[in-house]
Design a protein around this ligand. Structure first.
Ligand code: AMP
Ligand code: FE
Ligand code: FE
Ligand code: ZN
Length: 299
């Protein structure tokens, strides 16, 4: 396809990002202005393709779509990043080009929302025992939004109890730390069925971030997920090293999986993950994303 500015993995305030869905187009425009994008893209905006993929919620999608209506050369792909279990760990499946109104999808996402609320209460109770009283209403939630550990971490930073989000996770919230509690998750099989049922393309997010898996185990996981309906691999991703990207492209070819990519932009929570650019050189790989295959597989 013609060169376009592409980012198929973006978070907003509907989950743990700090940019409102309505403001993401401005953020994208700023990334283009700040350069580091190649050739044709300097004639911005030739074409821009963005997927909003909040954690376990689609509540931001109508908001970004509304803003994009005024920009004919911007395509918004409705997406979601669903968490599912992998042993004691968590893996993320991106659903790209889902129907945000699909009832089964919304039912599954509501299950996650309720699960987070129950789990958050356990965390808050534990903090209470430690003498840190966190009022639930101060975590900030609007209908449909996925409020989780990052919101608790931000509260702790605001109160000066920890110096950074990272410290909040390392001292209290990471798996195994004193205030950690797990939450219920939908099985891999159901998660993929839910995404496919909503017309989405199912993609394994940031495959190289699962450090609990060796490469052989990762390939085994991919083969298993493919049986459940996996269609793509997120080959291009902010923290992937060039060698890892080549490896993922090789796997995608080997298994005929769709190559996708995205920054995982979260706003100020991950300041070095820039929308469409990652840490700088991501932009030049984004035109290797097989966008047509994603848009086609929706039908
Ligand atoms: P939850 O799903 O509510 O249990 O929260 C998990 C989310 O917290 C993940 O999807 C990440 O976006 C975020 N997260 C996990 N660890 C960290 C960390 N060390 N720093 C910042 N965010 C984190
Ligand atoms: Fe996140
Ligand atoms: Fe993720
Ligand atoms: Zn993400």
């Amino acid at each position: 396809m013609e060169h376009a500015f592409i980012d198929l993995h973006i978070h907003s305030t509907a989950s743990d990002g700090t940019t409102a869905p309505e403001d993401l187009l401005d953020t994208a425009a700023k990334s283009v202005e700040d350069g580091l994008v190649t050739g044709d893209l300097k004639e911005f905006p030739k074409r821009m393709i963005l997927a909003l993929t909040d954690h376990d919620t689609v509540s931001g999608i109508p908001k970004i779509q509304k803003v994009a209506e005024a920009h004919p050369r911007v395509t918004i792909i409705p997406g979601v990043e669903v968490s599912t279990a992998c042993g004691d760990h968590e893996i993320h499946i991106l659903g790209l080009n889902v129907d945000p109104e699909n009832p089964e999808l919304n039912q599954g996402l509501e299950f996650y929302r309720q699960g987070r609320i129950r789990r958050n209460r356990k965390i808050l109770r534990k903090f209470g025992e430690l003498g840190i009283h966190i009022p639930e209403e101060e975590l900030g939630s609007r209908p449909g939004e996925a409020v989780g550990r990052p919101h608790i971490a931000r509260w702790l930073v605001r109160q000066g109890i920890v110096a950074s989000i990272r410290e909040a996770f390392e001292r209290y919230l990471n798996v195994g730390e004193i205030c950690y509690f797990g939450r219920e998750k939908i099985s891999q099989e159901k998660c993929l069925a839910m995404i496919r049922g909503a017309g989405g393309t199912a993609v394994l997010a940031h495959p190289m971030r699962y450090q609990f898996l060796g490469r052989e185990e990762l390939e085994k996981l991919i083969r298993k997920l493919m049986k459940f309906g996996l269609q793509g691999l997120e080959c291009y991703y902010t923290s992937h090293k060039p060698e890892e990207t080549r490896y993922l492209e090789f796997l995608a070819r080997q298994y005929d999986l769709i190559r996708t990519g995205g920054s995982d932009y979260h706003g100020t929570t991950k300041p070095d993950y820039r929308l469409g650019l990652g840490k700088g050189n991501l932009g030049s790989t984004m035109n290797r994303i097989q966008v047509e295959r994603i848009l086609k597989s929706n039908n």
